[in-house]
Design a protein around this ligand. Structure first.
Ligand SMILES: NC(=O)c1ccc[n+]([C@@H]2O[C@H](COP(=O)([O-])OP(=O)(O)OC[C@H]3O[C@@H](n4cnc5c(N)ncnc54)[C@H](OP(=O)(O)O)[C@@H]3O)[C@@H](O)[C@H]2O)c1
Length: 297
C-alpha cells in the first residue's frame, strides 16, 4: 500500500518514520510530508497537493498542538485541527483512501472517575480541544466508512518539545520544581502509538472496507503530572525536590481537564495488541536519549 504520513516533523510523525523502517513494513511505500508540502493553514495548498498525488492510506499526525496559545489563536487552531481535517477527509472519501486521524483525550471534560470509553460523550473545556473535537466530527461527517480516529493522551518522545523534555531542561540549575498533582491521565510514548498505527495498517481487516470508528490508545496505567515527573527524575537519577501543587495554584490560559484516563479495551481486543505500561515505556524512551548517564546531577 502507498501510505502518506502528514506531520513528519512532529513527535508522532518522526516516530512513525522510525518504526516504518522495520522490515515488517517493507511491503509498503511511505511518503512523509511536512508543512512545506501540505500546509494545513492553506486550503488551496491542500487541494493542489492531492491533485498530483494519491495514496491508499493517509495518516494525519499534523495538528495545532499548542494548548495555551490556541486560546488566543482560535481561528488558526480551528483551520488546522478542524477545517483542514474536514477537507482531508473529503479528499480521502472521494479518492477511496483510508484515513487514520489522531485526536486527543482533551475532548473530554475530565469530570469522570473511571477511564473514558469511546462511547462517552465528549465535552471539551478549552479552545484546542474544541477544534480537535470538530476535526473528529468532520471526519465522521465526510467518511461513514474507512476512517479511524485514534485518541491519545500526554504524548512524549525522544524528539524535542514535549513535557519530558521540558522537565529535563527545567531540572538544570534548580533545587526545586512545583508540579501539578491533581491532573490525572496516562503518558503515551509516541513510539508505542506509532507501532500500533502501523500494526493496524498491516492487519488483514484494514484492507477491507470498515465502518468509521474511534479508538483510544495510551500506555497502560495512570498518573498525575507530579508522579510522571518523579518517575522521569528517578530514572535519570536527578536529585531535585519536587513539590506537588494543585491546578488552581498553577493557572494557565487554557483550562485542563482533571481526569482523562482512556480505556484501551476496544483497541486491545480488536487488533490483538499488547500495550506496555507507562513506566516501562518511559524507561525505554529515556534510555534512548541517554538518560541516567548524561543527566546525572
Ligand atoms: N502532544 C500531546 O501530548 C498529544 C496528546 C494527545 C493527542 N495529541 C495529538 O496527537 C497528534 C500528534 O501530536 P504530536 O505530539 O506528534 O504533535 P507535534 O509534535 O506538536 O507535531 C505537530 C505536527 O503538526 C504540524 N503542523 C502544525 N501546523 C501545521 C500546518 N499549518 N500545516 C501542516 N502541518 C502543520 C507540525 O509541523 P511543524 O513542525 O512545521 O510545526 C508537526 O509536524 C496530534 O493530532 C495531537 O493533537 C497530542
Amino acid at each position: 500500500m502507498q501510505i502518506l504520513i502528514i506531520g513528519k516533523t512532529g513527535q508522532l510523525g518522526k516516530s512513525i518514520q522510525e518504526v516504518a523502517a522495520n522490515v515488517l513494513y517493507s511491503k509498503h511505500g511511505f511518503t512523509f510530508v511536512g508543512r512545506d508540502e501540505i500546509d494545513f493553514s492553506n486550503n488551496v495548498n491542500i487541494s493542489t497537493y492531492f491533485e498530483c498525488n494519491s495514496f491508499d492510506v493517509i495518516v494525519n499526525c499534523a495538528a495545532y498542538t499548542q494548548v495555551d496559545r490556541a486560546e488566543e489563536q482560535q481561528e488558526l487552531a480551528n483551520q488546522i485541527n478542524h477545517l483542514a481535517v474536514g477537507q482531508l477527509a473529503d479528499i480521502a472519501q472521494q479518492s477511496n483512501t483510508k484515513l487514520i486521524h489522531i485526536s486527543t483525550d482533551y475532548v473530554f471534560d475530565g469530570n469522570a472517575t473511571n477511564s473514558y470509553i469511546e462511547l462517552d460523550v465528549p465535552n471539551p473545556i478549552n479552545a484546542y480541544a474544541k477544534t480537535k473535537l470538530l476535526g473528529e466530527q468532520a471526519v465522521q461527517n465526510a467518511m461513514s466508512s474507512n476512517a479511524l480516529i485514534v485518541r491519545s493522551s500526554w504524548i512524549y518522545s525522544q524528539y524535542g518539545n514535549n513535557f519530558v523534555d521540558t522537565m529535563l531542561r527545567l531540572a538544570q540549575g534548580r533545587d526545586e520544581l512545583k508540579i501539578v498533582s491533581d491532573q490525572i491521565s496516562t503518558p503515551t510514548y509516541a513510539a508505542d502509538l506509532a507501532i500500533t498505527i502501523l500494526h493496524i495498517i498491516n492487519s488483514k481487516d484494514f484492507i477491507k472496507d470498515f465502518t468509521t470508528t474511534t479508538y483510544h490508545y495510551s500506555n497502560i496505567g495512570q498518573c498525575s503530572w507530579y508522579e510522571f515527573v518523579k518517575a522521569i527524575f528517578a530514572i535519570c537519577k536527578i536529585k531535585l525536590n519536587i513539590v506537588p501543587i494543585t491546578t488552581d495554584e498553577y493557572p494557565t490560559p487554557a483550562k485542563r481537564p482533571l481526569y482523562t484516563v482512556l480505556s484501551k479495551s476496544k483497541i486491545i481486543t480488536t487488533f490483538r495488541i499488547t500495550i506496555p505500561s507507562w513506566q516501562s515505556s518511559l524507561k525505554t524512551c529515556l534510555k534512548a536519549r541517554g538518560c541516567g548517564k548524561k543527566w546525572i546531577k
